[in-house]
Design a protein around this ligand. Structure first.
Ligand SMILES: *Cc1c(COP(=O)(O)O)cnc(C)c1O
Length: 391
């Protein structure tokens, strides 16, 4: 059951790198992804083998990058429930509607998956201090896993970030620094501190392992739907790690013999106040332009530029999916409906996914026979100061 990691590779210039040394980006400046020997993995990572495995994302060990299980830093992330809709699906005539409820992860969001993986791998490679720019949830998750791994951590966040995110970082013993502007400005500050103070940065897709944690959402969906992937996946997109990660997982699972070549239509949801991916999708562009003055109360979607933009756009297009922006009021309504009609108290980003679902049913992009998965990526409890203004 050991990791079958072979190397890192650049999906853009195709250069290969070793996984045994610490690295951030490819020499060409773009993200690196992880390769595995899937033919080897296939021998032990069978569908039947899953019954006996640990009930967390670490069950997919062969296709995860950590070599020595003693380096795994875990709080039980992953294997979140796939909740069938009780009301909204029936109301709109979509009988097979599900919510992948990522609010059930440690630290209240799916960022736990990526940061558990990044911290575990950093521990394996001897890292002693880690820094991150965040819109909120990534900082919380990093701080919790660093506390568990006894690694020093520093979190740079925009001033506008909801209070909970700085509070839990401080409780976990991390340092917090606030900057004016968006996560982009936090990223620039991280860049300066990395050089000045020798931190290891785990910014979204500027480090190869967070995505390996996030991709487990794709494996779980397959398992939870008896190895028939849904027709449509609705995903609130900031940096796009989850979308790119699931897309990678689907290819891996096909090579493992778990699924066929059918792929879900990948739908990327953003806010009208910050929609660089939607604009690029509509403009038929391969890359997204930087979004000026990003504003949205869904903090995780306030990402004006994503380094993995070309990977997000490629996955959306190859899947026959789409990208759409929803208004702040629609996000609020989605957040309320998911709470009121389904009993799930979502992060506003999850509310945005539900708002997009409504649009896609109206435009008939979603058909009554479709199996649809809406991602609720985080917990509403982290956003109480924002949500109380919008009751
Ligand atoms: C970070 C975050 C997102 C965006 O995720 P990406 O994979 O970076 O696109 C969405 N929702 C919540 C709650 C987040 O914390």
């Amino acid at each position: 059951m050991k990791s079958q990691i072979t190397n890192l590779y650049c999906p853009s210039c195709h250069k290969k790198f070793s996984h045994t040394v610490l690295i951030n980006l490819c020499q060409c400046g773009l993200p690196l992804l992880v390769n595995y020997d899937l033919q080897q993995a296939k021998k032990t990572l069978t569908k039947d083998s899953l019954f006996k495995r640990i009930n967390s994302m670490w069950r997919y060990n062969e296709v995860l990058p950590v070599l020595d299980s003693l380096n795994i830093v875990t709080l039980g992330e992953g294997m979140t429930p796939l909740q069938p809709s009780v009301t909204i699906g029936k109301k709109f005539g979509i009988e097979k509607l599900f919510f992948k409820d990522e609010s059930m992860n440690p630290t209240g969001s799916f960022k736990a998956r990526g940061l558990a993986m990044a911290v575990s791998k950093a521990k394996e490679l001897g890292v002693e201090k880690i820094i991150i720019p965040t819109a909120g949830n990534a900082g919380s998750a990093l701080a919790a896993y660093c506390a568990r791994a006894n690694i020093k951590c520093k979190v740079i966040m925009p001033e506008s970030t909801p209070d909970a995110f700085a509070i839990d970082v401080l409780y976990h013993g991390g340092e917090v620094e606030k900057v004016s502007g968006s996560i982009k400005d936090a990223g620039a500050r991280v860049h300066d501190l990395v050089d000045a103070e020798n931190w290891f940065a785990v910014s979204t897709l500027k480090e190869p392992y967070r995505i390996e944690g996030k991709k487990t959402m794709g494996y779980e969906l397959a398992e939870q739907l008896d190895f028939v992937l849904p027709d449509v996946i609705i995903y609130p997109t900031g940096g796009g790690t989850g979308l790119i990660g699931m897309w990678k997982a689907f290819d891996e699972m096909e090579q493992l013999g778990w699924i066929d070549s059918h792929r879900p239509k990948m739908v990327s949801v953003q806010s009208e106040g910050c929609a660089p991916i939607v604009k690029a999708f509509n403009d038929d562009a391969d890359n997204a332009e930087l979004w000026e003055n990003p504003t949205t109360h869904a903090a995780g979607l306030r990402v004006p530029g994503a380094i993995g933009d070309f990977l997000i756009l490629d996955a959306i297009r190859k899947s026959g999916g789409t990208a759409l922006a929803v208004s702040e009021d629609a996000i609020s309504d989605g957040t309320k409906d998911m709470s009121r009609l389904e009993g799930i108290f979502p992060a506003p980003e999850g509310g945005a996914s539900l708002a997009a679902f409504y649009e896609l049913v109206k435009s008939e992009f979603i058909k009554p026979s479709d199996t649809v998965v809406i991602f609720n990526t985080g917990s509403g409890y982290k956003y109480l100061d924002v949500l109380k203004e919008r009751i």
